[in-house]
Design a protein around this ligand. Structure first.
Ligand SMILES: [Zn+2]
Length: 487
């Protein structure tokens, strides 16, 4: 794999570069390849980052090969196909063929099933890496407890992924698996023991998953032992059908809860580690789906949030209201460069109002200046004719922390009501926050869709890592009942 990446980077030095994220338990490097037009210029502002991570279960090998195939194909096609040239010129694509190289080394070629460390599904620390990420419970504590760290007790491969996520503004991504043929969308964790558990971005996930399935010749009619109607399923519902016990701590739940990164899981083959003969067939099966998936990053609204003095505003909350006036349940946050991306499904027509979104940035500087900032509440048309809109948001001083106020007359009664509700919710949140310093949240609480999501500060990471050596009891990773679960 290292040789393949070296060959590509020396063959296409203007289009790709290698990177190393960290190392596995057995000190194998976590090596990837990054593709983008004019890559030597460094990361270009507002060029969205897309990511594929494969082989998180070390004995699920097809994704690892497929990601390398994707790199080879895109680099060669850049000079021949307008579509691919446009894709690489406008997109920053990061590919990590294996996040579990130790597991891969333990896996047996041709073995279609197998779990645990011995068969290479888990890492060398005998942990299922796709259950090792901070969970919903961790996320809740993270929102309310300023002293809580999500880093201690996790595997080195997981920490590398988390650090990668925290220090880069990924927009769209997928993790690749084998053992079934379908797409799953978050959440993976169970809230009520069985059935679906959907995010507030379900319309988006449905569109993305459907796009992958529709461009794949066999996924919808998969004949694997484990399969889902229509080739796609909610992770929580899928796992509750196919395994017992907790599925907390998956990578895609982590991405959704803790970052702005929208992530699907792609299950590619019934057999976990088929012989090389099958790779070419799987590449042909997934080629259009993968390329189309990357292209989906170019829809919605993107831009830069700026402070009143013109400097980039970091960690501002970008709130969006749907064409029907409802507020989208999850905010995205601006990166240290002020950049933000808000993936949205374009409306089909312009003049009916179905493409008419509203957007507003908020930044509370309560600890330093005690001031609150907001941009204007702007209307943005995101339609199939113009699926991507660039909208820069300018912050101005609108009030003081602890003093709720309406900052904008949005011009429509529904929006006004939404804004009032939003401030009521914000006030409730502040009260909850005060209470939570004395009492923990209870398990029964439902997913708070109005909460403010924020990416954690990557600068804290070095300090967090030093805590690793301290006494910490890791969560139970996966019970023996779950061992039968395949993908
Ligand atoms: Zn898997």
């Amino acid at each position: 794999m290292l040789d393949e990446i070296k060959d590509l980077t020396s063959g296409f030095p203007d289009l790709c570069s290698g990177f190393v994220l960290g190392a596995s338990v057995k000190d194998r490097p976590l090596i990837g390849i990054r593709l983008s037009g004019n890559i030597r210029a460094g990361r270009q502002s507002m060029k969205p980052m897309v990511r594929f991570v494969a082989n998180i279960h070390g004995n699920e090998a097809i994704g690892r090969e497929l990601v390398l195939h994707l790199a080879t194909y895109l680099l060669n096609a850049y000079y021949e196909e307008d579509r691919i040239r446009r894709l690489l010129d406008t997109t920053d694509i990061w590919l990590l063929p294996s996040i579990n190289p130790d597991g891969y080394e333990n896996a047996e070629k041709g073995a279609c099933s197998g779990t645990g460390r011995r068969h290479g599904m888990y890492n060398e620390g005998n942990v299922d890496l796709n259950r090792d990420f901070p969970s919903f419970k961790d996320w809740r504590q993270f929102q309310t407890d300023p002293n809580f760290s999500v880093f201690p007790g996790r595997q080195p491969e997981t920490l590398s992924m988390m650090d990668w996520d925290a220090s880069n503004p990924f927009v769209l991504s997928a993790d690749l698996h084998d053992g079934a043929v379908l797409v799953t969308y978050p959440f993976d964790f169970q809230n009520n023991g069985a059935g679906t558990n959907l995010t507030p971005d379900q319309d988006l996930f449905d569109h993305l998953a459907r796009g992958y399935v529709d461009n794949h010749p066999t996924m919808k009619g998969s004949t694997c032992f484990r399969r889902a109607e229509g080739g796609m399923a909610n992770g929580a519902e899928w796992y509750s059908r196919n395994s017992k016990g907790s599925t907390a701590g998956s990578m895609k739940d982590f991405s959704y809860l803790f970052t702005n990164n929208i992530q699907l899981s792609l299950e590619l083959t019934c057999c976990k580690y088929p012989t090389r003969y099958f790779i070419l067939r799987e590449w042909e099966n997934n080629k259009e789906s993968l390329i189309n998936y990357i292209e989906q990053v170019h829809m919605g609204i993107k831009g830069v949030v700026l402070n009143a003095d013109g400097t980039p505003a970091e960690n501002a909350d970008i709130v969006v209201w749907n064409p029907d006036g409802s507020r989208r349940g999850k905010n995205v946050t601006s990166f240290s460069t002020g950049e933000y991306w808000r993936l949205l499904l374009p409306g089909r027509r312009v003049n009916t109002g179905e493409s008419s979104f509203r957007i507003q940035a908020f930044l509370d500087d309560c600890e330093v200046s005690g001031r609150r900032y907001a941009s204007f509440n702007d209307r943005v048309i995101v339609s199939e004719k113009d699926p991507l809109v660039v909208k820069h948001l300018f912050l101005r001083h609108v009030g003081f922390c602890g003093v709720p106020e309406i900052v904008e007359q949005p011009g429509r009664a529904e929006s006004l009501i939404n804004q009032i509700e939003q401030f009521v919710q914000a006030t409730n949140q502040e009260e909850q926050f005060i209470q939570s310093t004395n009492q923990e949240f209870t398990e029964e609480e439902s997913f708070p869709t109005d909460s403010v999501f924020s990416i954690f500060d990557s600068t804290d990471y070095d300090d967090e890592q030093s805590i690793l050596d301290e006494i910490f009891t890791p969560d139970l990773q996966i019970s023996s009942q779950d061992e039968e679960f395949a993908a």
